[in-house]
Design a protein around this ligand. Structure first.
Ligand code: UDX
Length: 450
C-alpha cells in the first residue's frame, strides 16, 4: 500500500460507524460521510445515531484523537482517501429482492470524484454493504467505471469485505472478529484491504469478490436455518411431552452441531436474517437455483409466532376481549430495533383475534406501535413498566430471551394478572417455579406439563 491509509466510510449507521471505530482503534484515520446532516452533527458531538454498547464512548475517544471525523460533503469525503468503504443500506423490495439504489448513487458519486482526482494516487473501493453475490463485480464495477471513465484494476481497486456484526455487540464483534473475509477484483485489491487488518489475530481469508459476498449470505442462511430447525423440533417436542432444551443440550454437545443458535422460541427477527434470506432466495430463484432450505427456514419462521396464538387460545379460548401483555418488543433484548420483531406478529395475531395488547420494553418507545397496522394499533397500548403491563392481563407473553424478565416473581405476577397464564416465547423463565406457584406456564418446546 502506498503511504499511510486514510479511510472514508460512506453511511453513518450501525455498520459504518462501527467499521470506522474499529479501524480508528488501530490508528487508521476515518472520515464518516452521511447525506443526513443531522446524523453528521450528532457524530461530531460524540453521539452515534443509534444505540450500541460502547460506541458513544469509543466515538468520543476517536474524535478527541482526531482519528474519526464526520462530514456531509461527498467532495470532501472522496478527495483524498486511500480506501472508500461503502456501508449504505440495501433494503428489500416488496418481492424480497434487494434494492441497490443507495449503493448505485454512492458509486456514481465516488466515480465522479475519481474522475476529478485522477492523479491523486490509487484508491480502493470496498463494498461492506450486504449485497447479493455478483453485485460488486457487476453493478458496482459498472457504476464506478461509467461514472469515472476509469477501469477497475487500473484506475481504482475494488474489494468486498462483508461484516458479521450482531446488534448489541457490534463494536466488540468488529474489534474481535472470528474471521475477516476480503474479496478482491485482483491480488492488489485484496492486499490493499487486508493491509488494514494486519492487527487481526483471526484468519484473514482472501477470496474473489463474489465468494466474499456469498460467505455473508451462507453464514446468515445457515444460522437462520439452524434456528428454524430448532423451532420445528421444539414444536414437535412440546407436543410429545419432550423438553427441547434437554434435546438441544444433548445434540449441541456434539461439536459437529454445536449448542449455539439452537434456542427455540418465536423465531428470528432483526435487520439481517429475514432480509438477507429473502434477498438470497430471490437471487437464487433468478439464477434458476432455488434455495429450498433457506425458503423453508423463512416459512417456518413466519409460522412460528402462531405457536403463541395457539397456546393462548388453548388456555384462554376465544381471545376476544382478553388482555394480553407482551414483555419485550424489540427483536431481541438490549436493542430498541423493532425491525421484523416477532412481537409485531404476536401482537397483530392477538389483536386480530379481538384481544387488547399491552406491551412493555425497557428500550422501545413509539417505534413498535408505528409498525402495527392502523387497525391493530388501535388495540395496542405501551406500558411504562412490567407491573403496568401485567396489571389486569389475562396472559403474558415473554418475547425476549436471556435475563431481561427471568427474575419475574411468580407470586407477584399472579397477584397482578386477571388470569395467570404465562407464555414463555423464549424459554427465558424457570417454568417449574411458575407452575409451583399455581400459574399456568407454557413454553415453546416445553411440553404442556413438562
Ligand atoms: C445476526 C448475525 O448473528 C450477525 O452475524 C449478522 O451480521 C447480522 O444478523 P443480529 O440480527 O444482530 O445478528 O442478532 P442475533 O443475535 O444473531 O439474533 C437474530 C435473531 O435470532 C433474534 O431475533 C434472536 O432472538 C434469534 N435467535 C438467535 C433465536 O431465535 N435462537 C437462537 O438460538 C439465536
Amino acid at each position: 500500500m502506498v503511504g499511510a491509509p486514510h479511510v472514508t466510510v460512506v453511511g453513518s449507521s450501525f455498520v459504518g460507524v462501527t467499521t470506522a471505530l474499529s479501524l480508528a482503534a488501530h490508528k487508521v484515520p476515518c472520515l464518516l460521510l452521511d447525506i443526513d446532516a443531522s446524523k453528521v452533527e450528532l457524530i461530531k458531538g460524540g453521539r452515534a445515531p443509534f444505540r450500541e454498547p460502547g460506541v458513544d464512548a469509543a466515538l468520543r475517544r476517536a474524535l478527541k484523537a482526531r482519528l474519526v471525523r464526520a462530514t456531509a460533503s461527498p467532495a470532501e469525503a472522496f478527495r483524498t482517501p486511500t480506501h472508500i468503504f461503502i456501508c449504505v443500506g440495501t433494503p428489500p423490495n416488496p418481492d424480497g429482492s434487494q434494492d441497490l439504489s443507495f449503493v448505485k448513487v454512492v458509486c456514481s458519486s465516488i466515480g465522479a470524484e475519481l474522475k476529478r482526482r485522477k492523479s491523486k494516487g490509487p484508491v480502493t473501493v470496498v463494498v461492506k454493504s450486504t449485497v447479493v453475490p455478483g453485485t460488486t463485480a457487476g453493478v458496482v464495477r459498472k457504476a464506478l467505471e461509467s461514472s469515472s471513465g476509469l477501469r477497475a484494476g487500473k484506475g481504482f481497486l475494488l474489494a468486498a469485505n462483508p461484516e458479521f456484526l450482531k446488534e448489541g455487540s457490534a463494536l466488540e464483534d468488529a474489534l474481535n472478529p472470528d474471521r475477516i473475509v476480503v474479496g478482491g477484483l485482483d491480488e492488489a485489491s485484496c492486499e490493499s484491504v487486508a493491509a488494514l487488518f494486519s492487527w487481526a489475530t483471526c484468519p484473514v481469508l482472501k477470496t474473489d469478490l463474489t465468494t466474499a459476498e456469498m460467505v455473508k449470505y451462507a453464514a446468515n442462511a445457515f444460522l437462520a436455518t439452524k434456528i428454524s430447525f430448532a423451532n420445528e423440533f421444539a414444536n414437535l417436542s412440546g407436543t410429545l411431552g419432550v423438553d427441547w432444551l434437554t434435546v438441544a443440550d444433548a445434540i449441541g454437545a456434539d461439536p459437529r452441531i454445536g449448542r449455539r443458535f439452537l434456542n427455540a422460541g418465536v423465531g428470528f427477527g432483526g435487520s439481517c436474517f429475514p432480509k438477507d434470506l429473502k434477498a438470497i432466495a430471490a437471487a437464487a430463484r433468478a439464477a434458476g437455483r432455488p434455495l429450498t432450505l433457506a425458503e423453508a427456514a423463512l416459512e417456518v419462521n413466519a409460522r412460528q409466532p402462531q405457536e403463541v396464538t395457539r397456546m393462548l387460545e388453548e388456555e384462554l379460548g376465544d381471545l376476544s376481549g382478553k388482555r394480553i401483555a407482551i414483555l419485550g418488543l424489540s427483536f431481541k433484548p438490549g436493542t430498541d430495533d423493532v425491525r421484523e420483531s416477532r412481537a409485531l406478529l404476536i401482537a397483530a395475531e392477538a389483536a386480530e383475534g379481538g384481544a387488547e395488547i399491552v406491551g412493555y420494553d425497557p428500550l422501545v418507545r413509539d417505534a413498535f406501535a408505528l409498525r402495527l397496522s392502523v387497525q391493530d394499533r388501535a388495540n395496542f397500548r405501551r406500558a411504562a413498566s412490567v407491573d403496568e403491563a401485567l396489571k389486569g392481563a389475562d396472559a403474558v407473553v415473554v418475547q425476549h430471551e436471556g435475563d431481561s424478565f427471568s427474575s419475574l416473581d411468580p407470586l407477584k405476577v399472579k397477584r397482578l394478572m386477571r388470569t395467570a397464564v404465562v407464555i414463555d416465547g423464549r424459554r427465558a423463565l424457570d417454568g417449574a417455579k411458575f407452575r409451583k406457584a399455581g400459574l399456568v406456564y407454557r413454553g415453546i418446546g416445553a411440553g404442556r406439563h413438562g
